[in-house]
Design a protein around this ligand. Structure first.
Ligand code: 13P
Length: 251
């Protein structure tokens, strides 16, 4: 049985006061939730203060990105050890905004996933097709390629640290959510691919989150799909009442 996993991606939002207030509000609202894994991913500069605000809670902290090198002359980058040092457990890799706005490649994303696992962080590998790729019926091809390349070189044991987040790019921040059936179809394809790349046990163990305009009103129907194990939430994770309502719906 896969434990549901709801994560909030705050993206480039919040400031020092509002990030701590959001974290503290969630800690209070969700203090009795034990049946769902919950994480929030603040901007780098707030991971430490958010970790402190969540230290007595069961909400974990993640970062939105990481660099794969351990240390050195990489101006502007943040290492896995730095993330752990500020209280992070999880890290996103290959979010669509990093792929399509910043220009990250599958190869770079694979280096990040690998470095995260090596350091003991739990990576959330984000995958998803563009609208034109869906319209050209290339969703399976594009997403399968991103999964394969993102996980390249990981053995059966190490891959178990990974969560996959399927986020169709056309559904992110647009208010357009994939239908539960559209999400399920891609999640089932990813799980089948994991069985091919690894084995059936691993395919049944790894969690696959859906992301893209997930909100309180569509949480139940998305989570009712057999292969949707959680949500990666953008906009709706910035409000205590919305994010807490989503977690409670799942709990
Ligand atoms: P929205 O929930 O705002 O569509 O963002 C989804 C997302 O990109 C989460 O990583």
């Amino acid at each position: 049985m896969r434990k549901p996993f709801i994560a909030g991606n705050w993206k480039m939002n919040m400031d020092s006061a509002s990030s701590v207030a959001l974290a503290a509000g969630l800690a209070k609202e969700l203090e009795n939730v034990e049946t769902v894994d919950v994480a929030v991913c603040p901007p780098f500069v707030y991971t430490q203060s958010v970790s402190a605000a969540l230290s007595a809670s069961n909400i974990a902290v993640g970062a939105q990105d990481v660099y794969f090198e351990g240390k050195g002359a990489f101006t502007g980058e943040i290492s896995c050890d730095m993330l752990k040092d500020t209280g992070c457990t999880y890290v996103l890799a290959g979010h669509s905004e990093r792929r399509h706005v910043i220009g990250e490649t599958d190869e770079l994303i694979n280096q990040k996933v690998t470095a995260a696992i090596d350091s003991g962080l739990l990576p959330i590998l984000c995958v998803g097709e563009l609208l034109e790729e869906r319209q050209a019926e290339k969703t399976t091809e594009v997403v399968a390629e991103q999964v394969k390349k993102g996980l390249a070189g990981l053995c059966n044991e190490r891959v178990q640290a990974v969560t996959i987040a399927y986020e169709p790019v056309w559904a992110i921040g647009t208010g357009l959510t994939a239908t539960p059936e559209q999400a399920q179809e891609v999640h089932a394809m990813i799980r089948g691919l994991l069985a091919e790349l690894y084995d059936e046990d691993i395919a049944q163990t790894l969690r696959i989150q859906y992301g893209g305009s997930a909100k309180p009103g569509n949480t139940a129907e998305l989570m009712a799909q057999p292969d949707v194990d959680g949500l990666l939430v953008g906009g709706a994770s910035l409000k205590v009442e919305d994010f807490a309502a989503m977690v409670k719906t799942v709990a």
